[in-house]
Ligand binder design. Structure first.
Ligand code: SF4
Ligand code: SF4
Length: 214
């Protein structure tokens, strides 16, 4: 029998998400250490990669971080996000691959590092994910990582499977039973910024009570 979906207070879910993020970071650091991968002096900056994100809970937690910024910084990030969305839309119409710097990156540095989303935490090192059908999907890591691992027979990797499952459970706890009727999230971070905090089907009043404001 399918388990009943129970909605929890946003602050409770956010504490659990922060713990999950920390465990992702720990797993990343172990593998990066074994490979000898460091972002220091990297000639690339993968914050210009085209990432899409898929959960309202990460979206809302990111907005919590955004709301903790000074008004001036928040305004600058929102302006950069609007610019990013505009550039992505016009590059799509021209058929180009979108490669623009994330609006949260200032002078090569992420200014909302503690609230960055899952993919920002796992990109870089080799990792794998086992789908519900048992298919194993492998991710080789960034270009610098691939240079370091090409001579290794079996490079160490982060297993994303448990992390994905836990994030899916947190998404259910954040959104609640209405999740089954809601559309899927498939947005860039810039779009998440431009659209404001996510609604969970409970209306703006509840979102504001959770401390999220546009
Ligand atoms: S994850 Fe890889 S590509 Fe990105 S900054 Fe670090 S070393 Fe460079
Ligand atoms: S949120 Fe931060 S870490 Fe992620 S792409 Fe943007 S600047 Fe980089």
């Amino acid at each position: 029998m399918a388990q009943k979906i129970k909605k929890l207070m946003p602050r409770v879910v956010f504490v659990r998400l922060a713990s999950l993020y920390q465990r992702m970071e720990d797993a990343y650091n172990v593998v990066a250490g074994e490979i000898g991968l460091s972002c220091r002096d990297c000639p690339d900056n993968c914050c210009n990669s085209f990432f899409r994100h898929h959960t309202r809970v990460e979206w809302a937690y990111f907005w919590q971080g955004l709301n903790e910024c000074s008004m001036d910084l928040r305004r600058k990030i929102i302006d950069k996000a609007n610019d990013y969305v505009h550039k992505i839309n016009s590059s799509k119409t021209q058929g180009n691959d979108p490669l623009f710097m994330c609006p949260v990156n200032f002078d090569g540095r992420c200014v909302l590092y503690g609230h960055r989303l899952m993919i920002c935490r796992l990109h870089g090192v080799p990792s794998a994910h086992t789908t519900p059908r048992g298919q194993i999907l492998n991710f080789p890591g960034c270009f610098r990582c691939r240079e370091r691992t090409e001579s290794m027979d079996s490079p160490p990797r982060v297993d994303r499977t448990g992390f994905y499952h836990e994030l899916a459970r947190l998404e259910q706890s954040y959104v609640g039973p209405k999740i089954v009727k809601m559309s899927k999230v498939n947005l860039t971070l810039a779009e998440m910024i431009v659209q404001g905090p996510p609604l969970t089907g409970s209306g703006r009043k509840e979102e504001h009570a959770a401390g999220l404001r546009v």
